[in-house]
Every structure is written in structure tokens, then in C-alpha cells.
Design a protein around this ligand. Sequence first.
Ligand code: ACO
Length: 428
Amino acid sequence: MAEDAKLKIDGADYEFPLITGTEKEIAIDIGSLRGVTKGVTTLDPGFKNTASCESAITFLDGEEGILRYRGYAIEDLADKASFLEVVYLLIFGELPTVDELDKFHSDIKDESHVDEDVKKILGGFPKSAHPMGVLSSLTSALTAFNPTAVNVDSEEDMYNAIIKLLGKFPVLVAWTMRTKMSQPLDYGSNNLGYVENLHKMMFSRPNKDYNVDPQVIEALDKLLILHADHEQNCSTSTVRMVGSSQAGLFASISAGISALWGPLHGGANQAVIDMLEAIKTDGGDTKKYMAKAKDKEDPFRLMGFGHRVYKNFDPRAKIIKKAADDVLELMGVEDEVLDIAKGLEKEALEDSYFVDRKLYPNVDFYSGIIYRALGIPVEMFTVMFAMGRVPGWIAQWREMRQRKEPIGRPRQVYIGETHREFKEIKER
Ligand code: ACO
């Protein structure tokens, strides 16, 4: 195998070392490029060919449809682990023992309350506010309530900041939803599991005993595991980028939430249901929408299809499709929108436009259907994604800070005006 990469520019030869990851991925280390070439840089919009870091957290192979957290297959984790075990695994690198998990959960429970003044901030948002904007603001506001800077060289300081976020974030998620639905805020109960407590905070009623079918919690747990990390995607890269300026954990996560909100990223789960509803209202003609998706003059895209990295299938979509069927059966839901989704999927998988471009259903194509069956409002779908992704963001932030990565600061190729003489306003 080649040991270095050769580059010729204007007759001059340059050599750059190759880096090989543990899964045999090869990267050209161009760290010395500008120096040795006296200013030549690389151009790669959207980072389609650029690794922004070395990371030991998540491995994915888009061609083979493989996703692993810390070496463990997503299929095994979704089947056998709890969300909290996966949170621990992602952040600390190993699956926890019983004692480690107990301590971790107990520490999180000690932090599962927020300052009462957070309610005042919540009350200040208009009812029309999108929950993602509210969640991002509240997460950022946590900095104001916890102003001590994290000493990233201290494991203890780092641990405390992480526990604080994991304790308080489900409260913010649940309260964002309850405020939107004009319901009283609930603090949950420390006697419940992490995910069950989140569910209670979201769904309990003040005048009713809280009861939930364990299968509902299992489905929610699985969804959160499937969303827990996905290496250097848009929101995770944002968290690492913001964190690289040494902004705090809460500020970095808040920025990640904003990045996740977009319809080309986490916002796709809401966009999928909006699209399926629109097709239903329009008479359920899937062929018409397939044609729109293929028409280059039409900006419409089949939401929930395609992925920057997966060019075979999204392994999460496979697991989630089965989970959607199970949840709908459990809840006794007959969802016309699911029939439309299945119809679209079938047509797309047989259509050369989608086949040639390797466009397969992604995780968001089915997650919204499950959230809906669980009674979660459509505008909350991306918030649920954020709830699942928090451990991944934390793990990536922690890794970036512990590796003492430099501040993220890309280069550019300037294509604007060259130097111009300034003209006084009356002369223009
Ligand atoms: N519907 C129709 N055509 C599509 C779709 C789609 N959903 N996705 C890609 N294409 C087409 C593009 O028009 C392009 O066609 P062309 O080669 O003829 O110009 C080709 O497929 C490649 O598309 P790109 O946009 O270059 O692919 P990229 O890797 O940049 O984008 C993305 C990936 C953003 C996910 C895209 O597939 C998309 O917009 N999908 C819909 C939104 C979505 O579901 N996002 C969720 C992603 S998963 C996640 O974030 C959790």
C-alpha cells in the first residue's frame, strides 16, 4: 500500500504522509500543504472529501451500511442495550458495569432539576415559537444558571458538567413540549428510569396516575439509541467547531441544536410527516410527488430519502421500520400516512432516478411515524432527535477538548473584487 501521496503543482513535487484509521480508511495528511507550497490550499465545499478530525467514537461505512458506536454494532445496541448504557458507552468509551451504570444514573438524578427562573424564560416565548428555537435558547441559558467554566483538564469537572447537562436536558425537552401544549410543568420522578422519566415529564397529567406500557418506553429507548451519534454530521461538527473556541459545553450543544433544526438534517423528520400529510390531503397520489422529486425544475425533494454518507442503505432505517410496525400494532394505530410512506418507499426503490443516485430511506423517514403514534406533536420531532443526539454531541465535545484540538478555522478561496480605489459618496 502507498505510504505517501504525491502532488505536482507547477512542475514542483510534494509528498504528504498517509494516515490509516483502525478500519483501514486512508487519509492524506495535508497539514504542511500551505507551508511547503507557499500558500496553496484545498477546496472542498460541504466537506465531501475532508476529514475534520480523528475520532474514536463512531464508525460508519456508507457503502456497506455499517454503523458502530465504540466498536459495537448499532443492531446489537438497539436490541440489547438501554439508552443510558449507550450514553455511558459513547461518552466514556466502554459499556458500563452494573455499579458504574447505577452511579451514573444516580448522579444524573441528582441534577435532574432546573432553576425555577427557567420557567420565566419559557413564559417569555410566544406560543407560536418552534420548540427547537426554544430548546436551543434554554440550553444556552443553562450557562447563565451554571456560570462556572469547565476545567477540561480535570476529569471531575468534565464529569460534573456532563452529568448536569444529562440531568437537565430531559427537563428542558419535556417543558418545551408542555409549554407549547399549555400544560403544567412536571419534574418527573427519581424512581423511574431515565427514558421513562422523560416520558413521564412529557405525558403525565396532574389529575391522573401515570402509567405507561413498557413497550412504549422500549420503543422510545430504541429511537434515542438510533439517534445517539453519527460521527461528523452537520450538528456534531458544529458542536466541535463552537467548542474549539473553548466556548462551554452548554453553548456548544445549543449551537448543535440550531444546526440540527434544518430540514436537510434533523428537521427532516418533521418535514417527512409534513410531506406525507400534504400528499394525503392532495389525494394520496404518490406518483405525482415522485415526478416532482425527479423534476430538476422543481425544488421539491422526497424528504427522508438520501444521505450524504449512506449510499447503500441506512442501517438505522431498517431497525426503525420494524419498530414503526411494532409500535403501530401496539397502539392500535391505523395510519394512512404510513401507507403513503410505504407506497413511496416501494416506488422509489424501483425507480432508476433513486436507484442510480443511491437514494434510500434514511432514519428520518420512519422515526416521525413512531413519534406520532406515541402522541408526540409534529413540531417536537426534531426535539426528540436532539434528545437522542445529546450523548453523541457530549462525547464528541469531550474528545475534541481532551485531544486539545486547535480552534476550527477553515480557509477560503477568495473570488470577490481585487483591490479597488475608494470613491467618495458623491462621486459614485
Ligand atoms: N429527493 C430527490 N432527489 C434527491 C434527494 C431527494 N431526497 N436527495 C438527493 N437527490 C438528488 C439530487 O438532486 C442530486 O441529483 P443530481 O445528481 O441529478 O444533481 C443527487 O441526488 C445527489 O444529491 P446531493 O444533494 O448532492 O446529495 P448530498 O449528499 O449533498 O445530500 C441530503 C444529502 C442533504 C441528505 C439529500 O439527500 C437530501 O436533501 N435529502 C432529503 C432531506 C433529508 O431526508 N435529510 C435527512 C438526512 S439524515 C439526517 O440528517 C439524520
